[in-house]
Ligand binder design. Structure first.
Ligand SMILES: [Zn+2]
Length: 157
């Protein structure tokens, strides 16, 4: 039934199909390679996401722990302050609180080597002499910043 013409056509078609199969196999290989590299990229990125997440979790845990410590310390300091405030005369406590509010949270400062540790200024001779002459229980204040000066053995008086 096959004429030479048909046979020729059939052979041409076989050659063409074989070429087409070769082309398709190449495409399949290329797609598989791309798929493989995409999977590698996915697992690399997944690993990085996990590492970043672990760091974030760690930082959160450390922040929470620090917050807890700060809360405990604040509670302890507040309690301690209440105890001490209870032993300070009312008028002195009022003065201290007023100065503290006005002077950025520090109402009293140590007088160290003739220097007010509140404003960091050195007191002049007259001021030092006045303080030296005043009774130990008298409340003395810095002429510059008005803070209550706390005298110690290292005040330089
Ligand atoms: Zn001062």
């Amino acid at each position: 039934m096959s004429s030479p013409k048909d046979l020729e056509n059939l052979q041409r078609e076989i050659v063409s199909l074989a070429k087409r199969q070769g082309d398709l196999e190449e495409i399949v290989l290329e797609v598989m390679e791309r798929r493989e590299s995409a999977q590698e990229r996915v697992s690399e990125l997944t690993g990085r996401v996990s590492a970043v997440q672990a760091k974030a979790d760690d930082a959160t845990a450390r922040r929470d722990a620090a917050q807890g410590e700060l809360d405990a310390e604040a509670a302890s300091v507040t309690k301690e302050r209440e105890l001490i405030a209870g032993s300070v005369p009312d008028d002195l406590l009022k003065l201290y609180d007023r100065l503290r509010e006005k002077q950025g949270g520090i109402g009293a400062a140590r007088l160290h080597q003739r220097r007010c540790e509140g404003c960091r200024l050195e007191l002049d001779v007259t001021e030092v002499n006045e303080i030296r002459a005043s009774a130990p229980d008298k409340v003395v204040r810095c002429e510059n910043c008005s803070r209550i000066l706390v005298r110690t053995s290292e005040s330089g008086l």
